[in-house]
Design a protein around this ligand. Structure first.
Ligand SMILES: C[S@@+](CC[C@H](N)C(=O)[O-])C[C@H]1O[C@@H](n2cnc3c(N)ncnc32)[C@H](O)[C@@H]1O
Length: 314
C-alpha cells in the first residue's frame, strides 16, 4: 500500500465494495482530507465524477485528485446549497431533484491536522490552542480554555468527552489561566486527575476531543449534513459514514434506524397517523470494522465504524 503523508484512508476497499452495486457516476466526498477515498473511488469507477468538500483550506490547497474532481471549501452542513447547484446542473430544465449516487462522510480530523503542531489538535505536541478545522471560524479552542466559565467547560467535557472528572478538570483549567499552549493544557489536565487514571491512558485525550467537538460544532454539522445527504441521494443511491467515536456513531445509527423503520407513532397507537414511510434500507445491518491487518498498518483506524444506507423509492 502506498502511504499517504497527509492522511491514510480508512477502509477504502470496503467503501469501494459498498458502492459497487450502485455503479456510481456522481458522488460527493463530504470530507476530502488527503483525497485518499476519492482516489480509491476514481480508480474503481473510471467514469465517476466527484464533488469533494472540506472546510479546511489545507485540504483544499492540495488540489483535486483528478480532472473529474471538483473541490469545494465548505462545511458539509451546507450540503443543501451545494447539492441544489449540482443537481440543478444535472437536470435538463435546471430544476433540481435528488441526483447524487452516493455520499461519503469520513468524519473527524485528518492525520495532517493532528500531526501539525500549529493546528493545536494534539495533546502530544506543543502548539497554539486552536483546533479550528475552518481557520476562518470565529471560535477557537483558546477562547474556551481561557475565557469560558467553569460550568460551560465542565458541560462540554461531560457531553462531548464523556469525561467523568469533568468538573474537577474544568476547575483546574480555570485555576491555571492563562494557559498558553497545548502542552500546558495537557499538563494541567494530567495534574488534575488521580495517578491511577493517569496510568491507564493520557487523561487529556478525552478533554482535547471534547474541546475539538465544541469548537467545530462537529455533532451539529453531522446531523445537518447527514439529513441533507439523505435528501439529495437518488433512489438506489447510498450514504456511507465512517465514524470514530460513540457520540458520532449514535447520531448515524439513530438517523439510519429512523429512516428504515417508517412510522414513528408510539407503539400503543392502533393505527399509524404520522404518515412517515421508510425511505431507507440497510444493505448491511451491522457496522463494518477495519481488519486486523489494516489496524496493524494504520493504528488510527482502530476505532473506525463504517455504516451504509440505501435510499428506497422511485
Ligand atoms: C478523517 S479526514 C478525511 C480523510 C479522507 N477521507 C482521506 O481519505 O484522506 C476528515 C476531513 O474532514 C474534514 N471535515 C470534518 N468535518 C467537516 C465538516 N463539517 N465539513 C467539512 N469538512 C469537514 C476535516 O477538515 C478533515 O480534512
Amino acid at each position: 500500500m502506498v502511504q499517504n503523508q497527509y492522511h491514510q484512508p480508512v477502509m477504502a476497499n470496503e467503501v469501494v465494495d459498498l458502492m459497487r452495486p450502485v455503479s456510481p457516476r456522481l458522488m460527493v466526498d463530504a470530507t476530502y482530507g488527503g483525497g485518499g477515498h476519492t482516489r480509491a473511488l476514481l480508480k474503481a469507477f473510471p467514469e465517476l465524477e466527484i464533488v469533494a468538500i472540506d472546510q479546511d483550506p489545507d485540504a483544499i490547497a492540495q488540489g483535486p485528485a483528478a480532472a473529474t474532481v471538483r473541490l469545494v471549501q465548505a462545511n458539509f452542513a451546507s450540503i443543501d446549497q451545494i447539492a441544489t447547484e449540482i443537481c440543478g446542473e444535472v437536470a435538463a430544465d435546471g430544476s433540481p431533484t435528488s441526483c447524487i449516487d452516493g455520499f461519503l462522510f469520513d468524519i473527524g480530523v485528518s492525520s495532517h491536522q493532528l500531526d501539525e503542531p500549529e493546528r493545536g489538535f494534539s495533546y502530544r505536541r506543543r502548539g497554539p490552542i486552536d483546533m479550528r478545522m475552518d481557520r476562518d471560524a470565529e471560535l477557537g479552542a483558546d477562547t474556551i480554555v481561557n475565557e469560558w466559565p467553569v460550568d460551560d467547560i465542565a458541560d462540554i467535557l461531560w457531553r462531548y468527552g464523556e469525561e467523568r472528572l469533568a468538573r474537577r478538570i474544568a476547575r483546574a483549567i480555570v485555576a491555571a489561566r492563562p494557559i498558553l499552549d497545548t502542552a500546558q493544557l495537557a499538563e494541567t489536565v494530567a495534574d488534575a486527575v488521580p495517578a491511577a487514571v493517569r496510568r491507564r491512558k493520557h487523561p487529556a485525550k478525552k478533554v482535547f476531543q471534547a474541546i475539538r467537538i465544541a469548537v467545530n460544532n462537529e455533532l451539529g454539522s453531522l446531523e445537518l449534513g447527514l439529513e441533507a445527504a439523505i435528501r439529495w441521494t437518488r433512489p438506489g443511491g447510498r450514504v456511507l459514514v465512517i465514524s470514530y467515536h460513540s457520540l458520532e456513531d449514535r447520531i448515524v445509527k439513530r438517523r439510519f434506524a429512523a429512516g428504515t423503520s417508517g412510522c414513528e407513532c408510539p407503539p400503543d397507537f392502533p393505527v399509524c397517523n404520522c404518515g412517515r414511510v421508510a425511505d431507507l434500507r440497510l444493505p448491511v445491518r451491522k457496522p463494518i470494522r477495519p481488519s486486523e491487518a489494516e489496524i496493524a498498518a494504520n493504528p488510527r483506524a482502530r476505532s473506525a465504524l463504517l455504516r451504509v444506507v440505501e435510499k428506497v423509492g422511485s
